[in-house]
Write a protein that binds this ligand. Structure first.
Ligand SMILES: [Zn+2]
Length: 188
């Protein structure tokens, strides 16, 4: 099948040397806490790092939270639902509402999901019972000191999601918090 719409959007690839280290660290955190055990439906993970003028966000969510199922798309409707959800996730400027004073621009957004890899990628994992969505964002901010909070507009877009476990790494230190539909502002 060659009609698969690529799920990876790369607006620009000008990552700073230090940023990739942070991103790699975030990925390590995600795999240590999110993938070694089956995920809990309803609960996703959001990792955030601020480094210089760069804001990195990484979201890992059960596919069940995003599209309501975790089986490989069984119909064109399923497939369309996956593509639509990926598009919604990719729109990081709508998903993460940042303080205007911080002057942030989305430079890169990537979304991947195991749901569309089974029939197209050689590295498919047929035994995997739980599919996920992984999204990765990079913003450049002119005044990152103004990043006092982020309103995460996730639960309204994905009503099956009930919780986001967040971990943040900022110049002020590391923190962890839970976001819910009724408390979706991430304070930094
Ligand atoms: Zn699952």
């Amino acid at each position: 099948m060659n009609g698969l719409v690529p799920l990876t959007l790369t607006a620009a690839r000008k990552s700073l040397p230090g940023v990739s280290v942070t991103a790699a660290m975030l990925f390590a955190v995600a795999s240590a806490f999110g993938q070694s055990a089956p995920h809990v439906h309803g609960t996703g993970t959001l990792n955030l790092a601020i480094e210089g003028n760069t804001l990195i966000l990484e979201l890992v969510a059960p596919a069940s939270d995003i599209v309501g199922f975790e089986h490989p798309p069984a119909s064109s409707n399923d497939r369309q639902a996956v593509l639509n959800a990926a598009q919604t996730l990719k729109d990081g400027e709508l998903l993460f509402r940042l303080p205007n004073e911080a002057g942030c621009d989305l430079k890169e957004a990537e979304v991947e999901t195991g749901l569309l890899q089974g029939d197209d990628h050689s590295h498919s994992e047929p035994d995997e019972d739980h599919a996920e969505f992984h999204a990765h964002y990079r913003f450049q901010c002119s005044d990152p000191d103004e990043l006092h909070y982020i309103d995460v507009d996730y639960f309204s877009k994905f009503p099956n999601a009930h919780e986001l476990e967040t971990r943040t790494i900022t110049p002020a230190g590391q923190n962890a918090a839970e976001l819910t539909p009724h408390a979706s502002r991430l304070k930094l």
